[in-house]
Ligand binder design. Structure first.
Ligand code: UDP
Length: 392
């Protein structure tokens, strides 16, 4: 077998690293990880800057999960810094908690009207529950319909248009449902049972996952120049490869765009170092109605790091363009019915290669959070374990 590797994994982000760790330590496979960047950890990559603040180079990553299995698994590779993410939205002169909750309601409406709306909301949807903005917009109650309209117009319409480059009604409803209206006074952005940041950072965590004697990581590798997929067979470095190929990149690129390009959304991150101790009161402030950016994150809130100055990052969404070095990082698949259909063609094609496993947010064209990526990699590794039980 080629280089004695039982698996080649393309991409050293969460999906690739978890898979590598499982295959190496549970199945005892020899695993080669090919990463195109000069560093591991994919878009979770973080590092301390000159001010001693841990910054997330590819945008803020806040770990949260309600999956005990994922929490337990990762806890073997990292200590945690407990952290509950809070987000404020700037609407006009006001800063209101997001997801929109009962505290937000009382900040937006005069006391009496807010109380009446609160009573109606609780009566219809139940205290402590969550309702997606699209569901709330279906209400037959005129006062609630007006509230739903206010939230939709002020929080969702422009932000979504900017984030995705398409109208709010064209993006899959699940996307908006990630930020529901919350019928409580809980100001946290997430409500999962486990919320924390790897104490030494994501890069250190991924490094631990990959630090197994059976795993060989090669950085700055263009895997597609070394791999050839043809007629159901896989060649690597010019020789037939008979192990598993776990691919966490873009499936359209792997198959030379033969069904056309799959749309992705990219981001431009503008970092600024400021002399003041703090820039804003929450880790993230969203600007749903700003002309060209969506949100600003101040990193020192996340690990409660102290420093004289502060570092912030502003996110400017943009179309992904593989030929433009400013726009060639894919962050999100664009979740529309048409794009899903095109993706299905690539998926069908990939099934003609029994050794190939597309894995993760890009390769599966899914809106995975970090914990979803980990859970998914654990599940797939379990399937391989059931299938092989021992090294192939
Ligand atoms: N969203 C919005 N306004 C906001 C926050 C979120 O319209 O202030 C919508 C937007 O379409 C966004 C989606 O909700 O893409 C999901 O938001 P989330 O914060 O989960 O996005 P992520 O952190 O994954 O970029």
């Amino acid at each position: 077998m080629m280089g004695a590797y039982q698996a080649i994994i393309v991409g050293a982000g969460f999906s690739g690293a978890v898979m590598a760790e499982r295959l190496a330590s549970v199945l005892g496979w020899k695993v080669l990880v090919l990463e195109q960047r000069a560093h591991i950890a994919g878009n979770c990559f973080d590092k301390k800057n000159e001010q001693g603040i841990t910054v997330h180079q590819y945008g803020p990553h806040l770990f949260h999960t309600s999956k005990p299995r994922v929490w337990q698994y990762l806890s073997a590779f990292t200590a945690w810094h407990p952290y509950q993410h809070k987000v404020l939205a700037r609407v006009g002169e006001k800063l209101i908690p997001l997801p929109f909750n009962l505290n937000s309601l009382h900040l937006v409406y005069p006391a009496e009207q807010a109380l009446a709306l609160e009573r109606k909301l609780l009566e219809l949807y139940g205290a402590g529950n969550k309702v997606s903005i699209l569901k709330l917009r279906e209400t037959a109650e005129p006062e609630l319909a007006e509230l739903a309209d206010w939230i939709y117009q002020n929080i969702f319409v422009n932000y979504t248009m900017r984030q995705w480059g398409i109208k709010a009604e064209d993006i899959a409803p699940d996307v908006l449902a990630r930020v529901p209206v919350v019928l409580s006074r809980d100001d946290r952005y997430f409500h999962d049972s486990y919320q924390a940041i790897p104490a030494a950072g994501y890069t250190a965590l991924i490094n631990r996952l990959l630090s197994h004697q059976n795993i060989n990581v090669q950085l700055q590798q263009n895997a597609l120049q070394r791999l050839k997929l043809e007629n159901g067979k896989i060649c690597f470095d010019g020789e037939i490869f008979s192990g598993k190929l776990i691919y966490t990149g873009m499936l359209d690129q792997l198959f030379s765009y033969q069904f056309g390009e799959l749309p992705y959304r990219s981001l431009q991150f503008v970092f600024r170092q400021l002399d003041c101790p703090y820039f804003q009161t929450a880790a993230t402030v969203n600007y749903p109605n700003a002309p060209d950016f969506t949100r600003i994150t101040e990193f020192k809130h996340i690990l409660a790091e102290s420093s004289d100055g502060t570092t912030i990052v502003t996110e400017y969404p943009q179309d992904y363009d593989k030929n433009d070095p400013e726009k060639n990082i894919p962050y999100y698949p664009v979740f529309t019915a048409d794009n899903q259909q095109r993706f299905e063609k690539y998926k069908t094609l990939s099934a003609q290669y029994p050794q190939l496993i597309p894995l993760g947010r890009l390769a599966e064209y899914k809106y995975f959070n970090m914990d979803d990526a980990v859970a998914n990699a654990l599940e797939v590794s379990q399937l391989l374990y059931e299938q092989y039980g021992k090294p192939i």
